[in-house]
Design a protein around this ligand. Structure first.
Ligand SMILES: *[C@@H]1O[C@H](CO)[C@@H](O)[C@H](O)[C@H]1NC(C)=O
Ligand SMILES: *[C@@H]1O[C@H](CO)[C@@H](O)[C@H](O)[C@H]1NC(C)=O
Ligand SMILES: *[C@@H]1O[C@H](CO)[C@@H](O)[C@H](O)[C@H]1NC(C)=O
Ligand SMILES: *[C@@H]1O[C@H](CO)[C@@H](O)[C@H](O)[C@H]1NC(C)=O
Length: 394
Protein backbone atom coordinates (compact mmCIF):
# COMPACT_ATOMS: atom_id res chain seq x y z
CA UNK A 1 0.00 0.00 0.00
CA UNK A 2 2.74 2.39 1.01
CA UNK A 3 4.74 1.55 -2.15
CA UNK A 4 1.81 2.21 -4.42
CA UNK A 5 1.17 5.55 -2.73
CA UNK A 6 4.83 6.55 -3.15
CA UNK A 7 4.71 5.60 -6.83
CA UNK A 8 1.60 7.72 -7.38
CA UNK A 9 3.28 10.65 -5.72
CA UNK A 10 6.32 10.23 -7.95
CA UNK A 11 4.13 10.05 -11.05
CA UNK A 12 2.33 13.21 -10.04
CA UNK A 13 5.45 15.21 -9.34
CA UNK A 14 7.89 14.26 -12.07
CA UNK A 15 8.12 12.92 -15.57
CA UNK A 16 9.29 9.33 -15.46
CA UNK A 17 12.33 8.82 -17.62
CA UNK A 18 12.80 5.82 -19.85
CA UNK A 19 16.29 4.49 -20.27
CA UNK A 20 16.70 3.10 -23.76
CA UNK A 21 19.43 0.66 -24.79
CA UNK A 22 21.17 0.95 -28.13
CA UNK A 23 23.85 -1.13 -29.86
CA UNK A 24 26.43 0.57 -32.06
CA UNK A 25 29.05 -1.23 -34.14
CA UNK A 26 32.39 0.47 -34.57
CA UNK A 27 35.33 -0.50 -36.72
CA UNK A 28 38.10 1.21 -34.79
CA UNK A 29 36.74 0.33 -31.35
CA UNK A 30 36.94 -3.30 -32.40
CA UNK A 31 33.41 -4.34 -31.71
CA UNK A 32 29.81 -3.73 -30.83
CA UNK A 33 29.19 -1.27 -28.04
CA UNK A 34 26.07 -0.97 -25.94
CA UNK A 35 24.88 2.44 -24.80
CA UNK A 36 21.98 3.87 -22.82
CA UNK A 37 19.96 7.00 -23.51
CA UNK A 38 17.82 8.63 -20.83
CA UNK A 39 14.94 10.45 -22.57
CA UNK A 40 14.46 13.02 -19.80
CA UNK A 41 17.95 14.16 -18.80
CA UNK A 42 19.36 13.08 -22.21
CA UNK A 43 22.34 11.24 -20.72
CA UNK A 44 23.76 9.16 -23.58
CA UNK A 45 26.63 6.92 -22.55
CA UNK A 46 28.57 3.78 -23.32
CA UNK A 47 27.74 0.92 -20.94
CA UNK A 48 29.60 -2.08 -22.34
CA UNK A 49 31.43 -3.60 -25.25
CA UNK A 50 31.44 -6.97 -26.98
CA UNK A 51 34.56 -7.78 -28.93
CA UNK A 52 33.16 -8.79 -32.30
CA UNK A 53 36.00 -7.46 -34.36
CA UNK A 54 35.05 -5.89 -37.67
CA UNK A 55 31.31 -5.88 -36.85
CA UNK A 56 29.49 -3.82 -39.44
CA UNK A 57 25.76 -4.18 -40.15
CA UNK A 58 23.39 -5.15 -37.30
CA UNK A 59 19.86 -6.46 -37.83
CA UNK A 60 17.72 -7.28 -34.81
CA UNK A 61 15.28 -10.18 -35.25
CA UNK A 62 13.93 -9.51 -31.75
CA UNK A 63 15.24 -7.84 -28.61
CA UNK A 64 17.12 -11.08 -27.85
CA UNK A 65 18.53 -12.03 -31.27
CA UNK A 66 20.80 -10.11 -33.63
CA UNK A 67 22.49 -10.93 -36.93
CA UNK A 68 25.76 -9.17 -37.73
CA UNK A 69 27.87 -8.92 -40.87
CA UNK A 70 31.68 -8.92 -40.92
CA UNK A 71 33.46 -7.53 -43.95
CA UNK A 72 36.96 -8.51 -42.78
CA UNK A 73 36.10 -12.24 -42.61
CA UNK A 74 33.22 -12.25 -45.19
CA UNK A 75 30.80 -13.87 -42.74
CA UNK A 76 27.39 -13.45 -41.18
CA UNK A 77 26.71 -14.63 -37.62
CA UNK A 78 23.88 -14.96 -35.07
CA UNK A 79 24.07 -13.51 -31.54
CA UNK A 80 21.98 -13.80 -28.42
CA UNK A 81 21.45 -10.32 -27.05
CA UNK A 82 21.35 -9.64 -23.30
CA UNK A 83 19.04 -7.00 -21.83
CA UNK A 84 21.98 -4.62 -21.49
CA UNK A 85 22.94 -5.05 -25.15
CA UNK A 86 25.75 -7.62 -24.79
CA UNK A 87 26.21 -9.98 -27.74
CA UNK A 88 26.92 -13.72 -27.42
CA UNK A 89 27.75 -15.76 -30.52
CA UNK A 90 25.39 -18.69 -31.15
CA UNK A 91 26.28 -21.31 -33.75
CA UNK A 92 29.09 -20.72 -36.22
CA UNK A 93 29.60 -17.74 -38.51
CA UNK A 94 28.72 -18.65 -42.11
CA UNK A 95 30.78 -17.52 -45.12
CA UNK A 96 29.00 -15.27 -47.61
CA UNK A 97 30.37 -12.92 -50.30
CA UNK A 98 31.72 -9.80 -48.43
CA UNK A 99 28.45 -8.59 -46.86
CA UNK A 100 27.31 -5.00 -46.27
CA UNK A 101 23.80 -5.93 -45.15
CA UNK A 102 21.83 -8.79 -43.59
CA UNK A 103 18.07 -9.25 -43.33
CA UNK A 104 15.70 -12.12 -42.62
CA UNK A 105 12.38 -13.27 -44.03
CA UNK A 106 9.03 -13.03 -42.19
CA UNK A 107 9.04 -16.49 -40.60
CA UNK A 108 12.81 -16.47 -39.97
CA UNK A 109 13.49 -19.47 -42.23
CA UNK A 110 16.49 -17.78 -43.91
CA UNK A 111 18.88 -14.82 -43.91
CA UNK A 112 19.83 -12.81 -46.97
CA UNK A 113 22.95 -10.75 -47.50
CA UNK A 114 24.01 -8.17 -50.10
CA UNK A 115 27.59 -7.78 -51.24
CA UNK A 116 28.52 -4.36 -52.62
CA UNK A 117 32.16 -5.29 -53.40
CA UNK A 118 31.48 -8.59 -55.21
CA UNK A 119 28.07 -8.03 -56.83
CA UNK A 120 26.54 -11.09 -55.17
CA UNK A 121 23.53 -11.78 -53.03
CA UNK A 122 23.33 -14.80 -50.77
CA UNK A 123 20.72 -16.64 -48.74
CA UNK A 124 21.53 -18.73 -45.66
CA UNK A 125 18.96 -21.17 -44.19
CA UNK A 126 18.16 -20.74 -40.48
CA UNK A 127 17.48 -23.57 -38.04
CA UNK A 128 14.21 -23.44 -36.03
CA UNK A 129 16.32 -21.73 -33.35
CA UNK A 130 17.51 -19.08 -35.78
CA UNK A 131 21.04 -20.43 -36.21
CA UNK A 132 22.51 -19.94 -39.72
CA UNK A 133 23.24 -23.19 -41.57
CA UNK A 134 26.12 -23.35 -44.07
CA UNK A 135 26.55 -23.29 -46.99
CA UNK A 136 25.05 -20.06 -48.32
CA UNK A 137 23.34 -20.06 -51.72
CA UNK A 138 24.93 -17.34 -53.85
CA UNK A 139 23.91 -15.53 -57.05
CA UNK A 140 26.23 -13.06 -58.75
CA UNK A 141 24.85 -10.42 -61.08
CA UNK A 142 26.83 -9.26 -64.07
CA UNK A 143 26.77 -5.88 -65.77
CA UNK A 144 25.44 -6.02 -69.32
CA UNK A 145 25.86 -2.28 -69.93
CA UNK A 146 28.58 -1.16 -67.52
CA UNK A 147 29.15 2.56 -66.87
CA UNK A 148 32.07 4.12 -65.01
CA UNK A 149 32.75 2.91 -61.45
CA UNK A 150 30.80 2.29 -59.25
CA UNK A 151 28.35 1.43 -62.07
CA UNK A 152 30.97 -0.90 -63.60
CA UNK A 153 29.51 -3.98 -61.90
CA UNK A 154 26.61 -5.16 -59.77
CA UNK A 155 26.63 -3.66 -56.25
CA UNK A 156 23.64 -4.95 -54.30
CA UNK A 157 23.51 -2.89 -51.13
CA UNK A 158 20.59 -4.20 -49.06
CA UNK A 159 17.49 -6.36 -49.24
CA UNK A 160 13.92 -6.11 -48.03
CA UNK A 161 10.91 -8.44 -47.71
CA UNK A 162 7.53 -7.08 -48.87
CA UNK A 163 4.39 -6.94 -46.68
CA UNK A 164 3.10 -10.31 -47.91
CA UNK A 165 6.37 -12.02 -47.00
CA UNK A 166 6.43 -13.54 -50.51
CA UNK A 167 8.82 -11.21 -52.33
CA UNK A 168 12.36 -10.10 -51.66
CA UNK A 169 13.78 -6.94 -53.27
CA UNK A 170 17.49 -6.11 -53.54
CA UNK A 171 18.41 -2.50 -54.44
CA UNK A 172 21.51 -2.69 -56.67
CA UNK A 173 23.63 0.42 -56.57
CA UNK A 174 25.85 -0.64 -59.48
CA UNK A 175 23.29 -1.88 -62.00
CA UNK A 176 20.74 0.83 -61.06
CA UNK A 177 18.12 -1.81 -60.62
CA UNK A 178 15.88 -3.56 -58.13
CA UNK A 179 16.28 -7.34 -58.24
CA UNK A 180 12.92 -8.92 -57.39
CA UNK A 181 12.92 -12.45 -55.92
CA UNK A 182 10.17 -14.87 -54.91
CA UNK A 183 10.56 -16.22 -51.37
CA UNK A 184 10.87 -20.02 -51.10
CA UNK A 185 11.01 -22.23 -47.99
CA UNK A 186 14.61 -21.47 -47.02
CA UNK A 187 15.90 -19.36 -49.94
CA UNK A 188 14.58 -17.22 -52.80
CA UNK A 189 14.31 -17.47 -56.60
CA UNK A 190 15.08 -14.60 -58.98
CA UNK A 191 11.95 -13.28 -60.76
CA UNK A 192 12.89 -10.11 -62.66
CA UNK A 193 14.84 -6.86 -62.67
CA UNK A 194 13.12 -3.51 -62.29
CA UNK A 195 15.55 -0.94 -63.76
CA UNK A 196 15.71 2.60 -62.37
CA UNK A 197 14.17 5.25 -64.63
CA UNK A 198 17.52 7.10 -64.83
CA UNK A 199 21.18 6.04 -64.85
CA UNK A 200 23.24 6.40 -62.79
CA UNK A 201 20.91 6.53 -59.78
CA UNK A 202 22.40 4.00 -57.35
CA UNK A 203 19.51 2.37 -55.41
CA UNK A 204 20.99 1.71 -51.96
CA UNK A 205 18.46 1.17 -49.19
CA UNK A 206 14.66 0.95 -49.13
CA UNK A 207 11.68 1.00 -46.77
CA UNK A 208 8.04 -0.05 -47.12
CA UNK A 209 5.11 2.21 -46.46
CA UNK A 210 1.41 1.59 -46.16
CA UNK A 211 1.53 0.87 -42.45
CA UNK A 212 -0.31 1.36 -40.19
CA UNK A 213 -3.05 0.05 -42.50
CA UNK A 214 -5.75 2.52 -43.52
CA UNK A 215 -8.81 1.51 -45.61
CA UNK A 216 -7.87 0.75 -49.24
CA UNK A 217 -4.18 0.95 -48.45
CA UNK A 218 -1.63 0.40 -51.18
CA UNK A 219 1.83 -0.84 -50.24
CA UNK A 220 4.67 1.32 -51.54
CA UNK A 221 8.43 0.97 -51.70
CA UNK A 222 10.59 4.05 -51.08
CA UNK A 223 14.17 3.79 -52.34
CA UNK A 224 17.14 6.04 -51.59
CA UNK A 225 19.55 6.42 -54.54
CA UNK A 226 23.14 7.19 -53.59
CA UNK A 227 24.48 8.21 -57.01
CA UNK A 228 21.95 10.89 -57.91
CA UNK A 229 21.10 11.55 -54.24
CA UNK A 230 17.37 11.15 -54.46
CA UNK A 231 14.45 9.24 -53.02
CA UNK A 232 11.85 7.65 -55.28
CA UNK A 233 8.62 5.79 -54.67
CA UNK A 234 7.23 2.67 -56.33
CA UNK A 235 3.62 1.51 -55.97
CA UNK A 236 3.49 -2.26 -55.47
CA UNK A 237 0.85 -4.01 -57.58
CA UNK A 238 0.04 -7.60 -56.75
CA UNK A 239 -1.46 -10.48 -58.69
CA UNK A 240 -1.70 -14.07 -57.51
CA UNK A 241 1.67 -14.95 -59.03
CA UNK A 242 3.57 -11.70 -59.23
CA UNK A 243 4.26 -8.26 -57.80
CA UNK A 244 5.17 -5.39 -60.08
CA UNK A 245 6.45 -1.92 -59.36
CA UNK A 246 5.15 1.34 -60.86
CA UNK A 247 6.78 4.71 -60.18
CA UNK A 248 4.71 7.35 -58.42
CA UNK A 249 5.86 10.71 -59.77
CA UNK A 250 9.57 11.38 -60.08
CA UNK A 251 12.52 11.21 -57.73
CA UNK A 252 13.02 14.00 -55.17
CA UNK A 253 16.55 15.18 -54.32
CA UNK A 254 17.96 14.59 -50.84
CA UNK A 255 20.08 17.75 -51.31
CA UNK A 256 19.23 21.45 -51.57
CA UNK A 257 21.79 21.93 -54.32
CA UNK A 258 22.38 18.95 -56.58
CA UNK A 259 25.68 17.34 -55.78
CA UNK A 260 26.68 16.57 -59.36
CA UNK A 261 27.61 13.21 -60.82
CA UNK A 262 30.65 12.50 -58.68
CA UNK A 263 29.07 13.24 -55.33
CA UNK A 264 27.67 10.07 -53.87
CA UNK A 265 26.27 11.01 -50.54
CA UNK A 266 22.74 9.71 -49.77
CA UNK A 267 22.97 6.66 -47.52
CA UNK A 268 20.26 5.60 -45.07
CA UNK A 269 16.48 5.76 -45.39
CA UNK A 270 13.99 5.47 -42.51
CA UNK A 271 10.22 5.79 -42.22
CA UNK A 272 8.50 7.21 -39.14
CA UNK A 273 6.57 4.51 -37.24
CA UNK A 274 3.26 6.25 -38.11
CA UNK A 275 4.13 5.99 -41.82
CA UNK A 276 3.96 9.74 -42.53
CA UNK A 277 7.58 10.81 -43.04
CA UNK A 278 10.82 9.57 -44.58
CA UNK A 279 14.27 10.53 -43.30
CA UNK A 280 17.29 10.21 -45.59
CA UNK A 281 20.90 10.78 -44.53
CA UNK A 282 23.48 12.56 -46.69
CA UNK A 283 27.03 11.62 -45.76
CA UNK A 284 28.37 14.91 -47.08
CA UNK A 285 26.51 18.07 -48.00
CA UNK A 286 28.07 21.34 -49.06
CA UNK A 287 25.48 23.33 -47.13
CA UNK A 288 26.96 22.27 -43.81
CA UNK A 289 30.47 21.28 -42.81
CA UNK A 290 28.78 18.05 -41.79
CA UNK A 291 26.46 15.41 -43.14
CA UNK A 292 22.76 16.17 -43.21
CA UNK A 293 19.31 14.63 -42.79
CA UNK A 294 16.54 15.32 -45.27
CA UNK A 295 12.92 14.87 -44.15
CA UNK A 296 10.14 14.13 -46.66
CA UNK A 297 6.38 14.11 -46.19
CA UNK A 298 4.79 11.02 -47.76
CA UNK A 299 1.80 12.01 -49.89
CA UNK A 300 -1.25 9.84 -50.64
CA UNK A 301 -0.81 6.96 -53.13
CA UNK A 302 -3.17 8.86 -55.47
CA UNK A 303 -1.11 12.10 -55.39
CA UNK A 304 0.92 13.14 -58.44
CA UNK A 305 4.13 13.25 -56.42
CA UNK A 306 4.78 10.72 -53.71
CA UNK A 307 7.11 12.86 -51.62
CA UNK A 308 7.58 16.48 -50.58
CA UNK A 309 10.90 17.41 -49.02
CA UNK A 310 10.23 19.58 -45.99
CA UNK A 311 13.65 20.14 -44.41
CA UNK A 312 17.39 19.48 -44.52
CA UNK A 313 19.34 19.86 -41.27
CA UNK A 314 22.83 19.00 -40.03
CA UNK A 315 23.47 15.42 -38.89
CA UNK A 316 25.72 16.78 -36.12
CA UNK A 317 28.93 15.33 -37.58
CA UNK A 318 30.54 13.90 -40.70
CA UNK A 319 29.48 10.83 -42.69
CA UNK A 320 26.12 9.72 -41.23
CA UNK A 321 26.06 6.26 -42.82
CA UNK A 322 23.49 4.73 -40.47
CA UNK A 323 20.72 6.11 -38.29
CA UNK A 324 17.79 4.67 -36.42
CA UNK A 325 14.48 5.91 -35.00
CA UNK A 326 13.16 4.51 -31.74
CA UNK A 327 9.82 2.64 -32.07
CA UNK A 328 7.85 5.65 -30.75
CA UNK A 329 9.34 7.89 -33.44
CA UNK A 330 10.58 10.44 -30.91
CA UNK A 331 14.33 9.93 -31.03
CA UNK A 332 16.68 9.69 -33.97
CA UNK A 333 20.16 8.26 -33.31
CA UNK A 334 22.69 9.12 -36.04
CA UNK A 335 26.19 7.66 -36.26
CA UNK A 336 28.61 10.20 -37.71
CA UNK A 337 31.40 7.84 -38.73
CA UNK A 338 34.06 10.38 -39.66
CA UNK A 339 33.53 12.47 -36.51
CA UNK A 340 33.72 9.44 -34.21
CA UNK A 341 30.44 10.53 -32.63
CA UNK A 342 26.77 9.52 -32.36
CA UNK A 343 24.16 12.26 -32.19
CA UNK A 344 20.68 11.99 -30.66
CA UNK A 345 17.97 14.24 -32.14
CA UNK A 346 14.38 14.85 -31.06
CA UNK A 347 11.87 14.09 -33.85
CA UNK A 348 8.14 14.82 -33.95
CA UNK A 349 6.43 12.24 -36.13
CA UNK A 350 3.13 14.16 -36.09
CA UNK A 351 4.64 17.27 -37.72
CA UNK A 352 7.84 15.86 -39.28
CA UNK A 353 9.96 18.41 -37.42
CA UNK A 354 13.50 17.20 -36.77
CA UNK A 355 15.38 19.29 -34.20
CA UNK A 356 18.22 21.33 -35.70
CA UNK A 357 20.62 20.44 -32.87
CA UNK A 358 21.10 17.13 -31.05
CA UNK A 359 20.18 16.76 -27.36
CA UNK A 360 23.28 14.59 -26.91
CA UNK A 361 26.44 13.85 -28.87
CA UNK A 362 28.25 10.76 -27.66
CA UNK A 363 31.94 10.18 -28.32
CA UNK A 364 34.12 7.20 -27.42
CA UNK A 365 33.22 4.91 -30.34
CA UNK A 366 35.59 5.41 -33.24
CA UNK A 367 34.20 5.14 -36.76
CA UNK A 368 30.73 4.10 -35.63
CA UNK A 369 29.07 2.03 -38.38
CA UNK A 370 25.53 0.97 -37.50
CA UNK A 371 23.14 1.94 -34.71
CA UNK A 372 20.03 0.01 -33.55
CA UNK A 373 17.60 0.47 -30.65
CA UNK A 374 17.23 -2.64 -28.52
CA UNK A 375 13.43 -2.32 -28.58
CA UNK A 376 10.58 -4.26 -30.14
CA UNK A 377 9.38 -3.07 -33.48
CA UNK A 378 6.84 -4.40 -35.93
CA UNK A 379 7.94 -5.72 -39.30
CA UNK A 380 5.32 -4.51 -41.82
CA UNK A 381 3.24 -7.66 -42.37
CA UNK A 382 -0.11 -7.95 -44.12
CA UNK A 383 -2.84 -10.20 -42.72
CA UNK A 384 -4.24 -13.10 -44.81
CA UNK A 385 -7.34 -10.99 -45.59
CA UNK A 386 -5.20 -8.05 -46.71
CA UNK A 387 -3.07 -10.31 -48.91
CA UNK A 388 -6.25 -11.70 -50.54
CA UNK A 389 -7.46 -8.17 -51.25
CA UNK A 390 -4.09 -7.12 -52.68
CA UNK A 391 -3.81 -10.15 -54.95
CA UNK A 392 -7.40 -9.97 -56.22
CA UNK A 393 -7.90 -6.16 -56.39
CA UNK A 394 -10.80 -6.45 -53.93
C1 LIG B 1 8.35 -19.91 -44.10
O1 LIG B 1 7.88 -19.21 -45.25
C2 LIG B 1 8.16 -19.85 -46.48
C3 LIG B 1 7.75 -18.90 -47.58
O2 LIG B 1 6.46 -18.42 -47.41
C4 LIG B 1 7.45 -21.20 -46.53
O3 LIG B 1 7.73 -21.85 -47.74
C5 LIG B 1 7.95 -22.04 -45.37
O4 LIG B 1 7.24 -23.27 -45.33
C6 LIG B 1 7.74 -21.33 -44.04
N1 LIG B 1 8.42 -22.10 -43.00
C7 LIG B 1 7.86 -22.33 -41.82
C8 LIG B 1 8.69 -23.11 -40.85
O5 LIG B 1 6.75 -21.91 -41.52
C1 LIG C 1 6.21 -10.05 -63.10
O1 LIG C 1 6.13 -8.64 -63.23
C2 LIG C 1 7.26 -8.06 -63.83
C3 LIG C 1 7.13 -6.55 -63.72
O2 LIG C 1 5.92 -6.11 -64.23
C4 LIG C 1 7.38 -8.56 -65.26
O3 LIG C 1 8.53 -8.00 -65.87
C5 LIG C 1 7.51 -10.06 -65.23
O4 LIG C 1 7.55 -10.56 -66.54
C6 LIG C 1 6.35 -10.68 -64.49
N1 LIG C 1 6.57 -12.11 -64.34
C7 LIG C 1 5.63 -13.01 -64.56
C8 LIG C 1 6.02 -14.43 -64.36
O5 LIG C 1 4.50 -12.70 -64.87
C1 LIG D 1 29.79 15.89 -31.88
O1 LIG D 1 31.09 15.47 -31.51
C2 LIG D 1 32.01 15.42 -32.58
C3 LIG D 1 33.31 14.82 -32.06
O2 LIG D 1 33.80 15.59 -31.02
C4 LIG D 1 32.18 16.79 -33.17
O3 LIG D 1 33.04 16.74 -34.30
C5 LIG D 1 30.84 17.34 -33.61
O4 LIG D 1 30.95 18.65 -34.06
C6 LIG D 1 29.86 17.29 -32.45
N1 LIG D 1 28.53 17.70 -32.92
C7 LIG D 1 27.80 18.62 -32.28
C8 LIG D 1 26.49 18.96 -32.91
O5 LIG D 1 28.17 19.16 -31.25
C1 LIG E 1 38.38 8.89 -35.54
O1 LIG E 1 39.00 7.73 -35.08
C2 LIG E 1 39.93 7.19 -36.01
C3 LIG E 1 40.37 5.84 -35.49
O2 LIG E 1 40.84 5.89 -34.18
C4 LIG E 1 41.07 8.18 -36.20
O3 LIG E 1 41.97 7.66 -37.15
C5 LIG E 1 40.50 9.50 -36.70
O4 LIG E 1 41.52 10.47 -36.79
C6 LIG E 1 39.41 9.99 -35.77
N1 LIG E 1 38.76 11.16 -36.39
C7 LIG E 1 38.49 12.26 -35.74
C8 LIG E 1 37.82 13.34 -36.51
O5 LIG E 1 38.79 12.42 -34.56
Amino acid sequence: MFRRYTLLLLLATKVIATTHTLIISGDASGGAVSATFNDVNHAFKITGSTLTNGADWITLASTSRAYLTFRNTATVAAYDVSRSGGLFLVGEPVSVPVPVYVGLNHNSSFLFTASYPTGAIATVPLSPHGIPIAPAVTTTFTATAPLASPQDQARPHSGLIDVTGKYLIFPDDGLDSLHVYKVDATSATFLYDQPSPVRPSGPRHAVLSGFPVVPNWIPRLHVVNEEDNSVETWIMHYTLKNMSLALQGSAVSTLLVKGGMDVSTAAELLISPNGRYLLASNRDASLFATGSIAVFRINAPTAKTALTRISITSSGGANPRSMSLDPTGKWLAVVNGNSNSTAMFAFDQETGVLAAKPVANMTGINTPQTVVWLEDRHIPTATETEILRLEHFL
